[in-house]
Design a protein around this ligand. Structure first.
Ligand SMILES: Cc1cc2nc3c(=O)[nH]c(=O)nc-3n(C[C@H](O)[C@H](O)[C@H](O)COP(=O)(O)OP(=O)(O)OC[C@H]3O[C@@H](n4cnc5c(N)ncnc54)[C@H](O)[C@@H]3O)c2cc1C
Length: 380
């Protein structure tokens, strides 16, 4: 039984506690789904999560807008990740892919939110390019003004939901100024002429992922989200909300690894006694429990700070993401160790957690980039 004591922390309201309990019960009944075909699995997950109302917090309600509740996003990601990494992915991308629309979209853009919140449309966030992952401001993709619209040309890569998304929130250079100040955000439907899936990408914890090619993709001027030249600021505002949630997903993986390790240590007999009586095993368990609690404190501190109205939580979110993802990697590694041969057996839960956690230390700002952010904020 996972530790639930953190739910008593003052970061949460009773509605958060009730949500965590209801979602946990839902996950026990509905997850994991079959991962054999990841496209089909993600489509099923989005539909299921949408039908039962779990996707509503991923975006604002266009008919009754109120700010995104980051604690709900984090609790949901933590809970889903504890049960099934792909379910967490499906949930997270509905949020990341619509974040710019929730925060800066027009009523016309926000029509999509009714569908993504219901699980009837799939969203994607297309920022990274072959030459510019960490160095976002160095992007090449161009959007040139043509008549009453824009023409987009270039490439995006590592795009989650690439291949199954119904639309891509796409960042491109419009040239108002050099670097970060000359980028804009566009809402591009997946069926736009000239938009192709150039390559599907296979990674160690598979999910729909692709390189996209844009060849003279024409969009109307109304496809622009926010103001021309504001794209970098929009992308950073979206990451400011969702970065803490990556920490929350890592926390869910780590909590599952700890639970599995406690079960193993109490059930397995070694040298005539339960493994849990070996002091070095206890040392691992203590380190894991400490990392899990410390990560939870940082994740929910960042989420609570944002929900209390802080305009930006760049420092808090960077700390939460860096610590929770790095420590989860270590917690899961210890879980693999405590499981012996079973820990590296394909299909075992700790083996899949070992693969699931790795990319979280790279995407939405690699760990090294989070350190740069924390150092800059601290020195300033
Ligand atoms: C599974 C997965 C899913 C993804 N999904 C999406 C998505 O949906 N949408 C999207 O737009 N992108 C997505 N990405 C892309 C992701 O955001 C980039 O991979 C990431 O930003 C790193 O960029 P890069 O791969 O180009 O590596 P690089 O930018 O080349 O960086 C390589 C390494 O250099 C180091 N480094 C970088 N900058 C610094 C620095 N300032 N100081 C010190 N060290 C540094 C880090 O160790 C980093 O890992 C995804 C990536 C993965 C792996």
């Amino acid at each position: 039984m996972p530790d639930r004591s953190f739910l008593a922390w003052p970061f949460f309201d009773d509605r958060h506690r009730a949500l965590a309990d209801r979602l946990d019960a839902w996950c026990a009944d509905n997850l994991p789904v079959d991962h054999h075909d990841v496209d089909a699995a993600c489509r099923t997950l989005v539909k299921k999560l949408g039908k039962d109302g779990w996707l509503r917090p991923t975006a604002i309600d266009p008919d009754d807008p109120s700010p995104l509740d980051v604690r709900t996003l984090c609790l949901t990601r933590e809970t889903l990740a504890r049960h099934d990494g792909l379910a967490d992915f499906a949930f997270a991308m509905q949020g990341l892919g619509t974040g710019a629309i929730s925060l800066f979209g027009t009523a016309e853009h926000q029509h999509w939110l009714t569908r993504t919140r219901a699980g009837e449309a799939i969203a994607a966030f297309a920022l990274s390019e072959p030459r510019s992952g960490s160095d976002v401001a160095n992007m090449d993709m161009a959007a040139r003004r043509e008549g009453d619209g824009y023409m987009l040309s270039g490439e995006k890569t590592w795009i989650s939901n690439g291949g199954i998304a119904d639309f891509y929130v796409t960042f491109a250079r419009t040239g108002e100024a050099p670097g970060a100040k000359g980028i804009s955000a566009f809402l591009v439907p997946a069926d736009a002429n000239g938009l192709q899936i150039a390559e599907r990408l296979d990674v160690i914890a598979p999910h729909p992922l692709a390189r996209l090619s844009f060849e003279d993709v024409r969009v109307p001027a109304s496809a622009i989200i926010g103001k021309p030249g504001d794209g970098f600021r929009i992308a950073m505002s979206v990451l400011d909300v969702f970065r803490s949630t990556v920490g929350a997903a890592a926390l869910g993986f780590a909590r599952r690894a700890l639970d599995e390790s406690v079960k193993r240590a109490t059930e397995r007999q070694l040298f005539g006694a339960p493994m849990a009586e070996l002091q070095m095993v206890q040392g691992h368990i203590a380190d894991m429990a400490l990392d899990v609690d410390a990560a939870a404190l940082l994740v929910y501190r960042a989420a609570w700070t944002k929900d209390m109205g802080a305009p930006r939580v760049t420092r808090e979110a960077a700390m939460a993401k860096l610590f929770a993802t790095d420590r989860a990697q270590d917690v899961i590694d210890r879980a693999v160790q405590l499981h012996g041969g079973d820990g590296v057996r394909r299909g075992h839960i700790v083996e899949s957690l070992y693969r699931e956690i790795r990319a979280l230390r790279i995407y939405e700002g690699a760990s090294d980039v989070q350190k740069v952010i924390i150092a800059r904020q601290t020195i300033a």
